[in-house]
Design a binder for this molecule. Sequence first.
Ligand code: TLP
Length: 355
Amino acid sequence: MVGPGDEHNGPVVTIDLRSDTVTMPTPEMRRAMAEAELGDDVFGEDPTVNRLQERAAALMGKEAALFVPSGTMGNLLGVLALARSGQEVIAEAHSHVFLNEGGGAAALGGIQIRQVPGTAGVMTAEQVREAIRPLDDVHQPPTAAVCVENTHNQAGGVVWPLESLRAVRAVADEHGLAIHMDGARIFNAAVALGVPAQEIAGHADTVTFCLSKGLGAPVGSVLCGSEEAIARAHRWRKALGGGWREAGVLAAAGLWALDHLVDRLAEDHANARTLAEGLAELPGVEIDLERVQTNIVRFRLRTMAAPVFVEACRGLGVLGGASGHGVRFVTHLGIEPADVQRALAVCARVLGGRC
Ligand code: TLP
């Protein structure tokens, strides 16, 4: 992508750190898409979609899986599979499912989200226990499920420690609650912890993971769970107009990504760490390096409003996101160590007031 001019070197390539959703399919991935065997998935006849769903279920250690267009739909269907109208789902106060998914669970399922303020996106078992409604009080909506986000986007890509997941699972089990995991970036969590994804997903009844973020596929997420939960989700997907036909052309990209791009997420994590450590050295940057565990770097600025900073960086060919007082940079498939160095040079220039 050719970006704005640089006074020394002419046109420069834009470094897009807005999100890992901006990744482009690789040439090999495109080839896999072009050559995919196709059928009508509404009839359950797309062999490539079926292979992706089987593969996803096996990777997450679940009975079944459903290919969906987005993480948002995966989470919505997960919640709709586990909770009913008039019930409540506990979720961390800064979770994507609560803040960034259009209120879908409430609008479409009549399901209320109860917010629990976690620490760096992680809820304690005690917090979850306290948020569970008493069953014998007709005034209160019955709690049906808990939703955990791993890695946690707003917290800066923080990974849920396995002990925390285990503890929340134990409380959920004591109260007969289900757990949905927004594992949009579960493979980042798995790579960071050095464990198979199913060791993480094993603590949840349903889990959504995205193919279109760090894994580089153009479109798609997968919801995994029991046969029963997936059958329910499948009905909802149809009702939402999400029955797709020769979707194998997209599923092929996901399969290719699962075969070739999971382990390389470690490179994104290393790039994020270099970026974060470099930012920490710059004047006016407030960053919690402990939270930089995967591919997301969030920081605040003492001397400049975040949107002003982001706009100035854009003018110099580096794209980021501003939310509230903070800035977010996300590393991904299209970002090399040299891009990180250039991004740091641009940030230094903007913060040094020399842009
Ligand atoms: N996150 C996106 C968007 O919010 C723009 C991003 O750039 O980080 N769960 C989590 C934790 C997510 O971060 C996202 C997307 C989703 C779910 C939803 O996925 P999509 O965008 O596929 O609906």
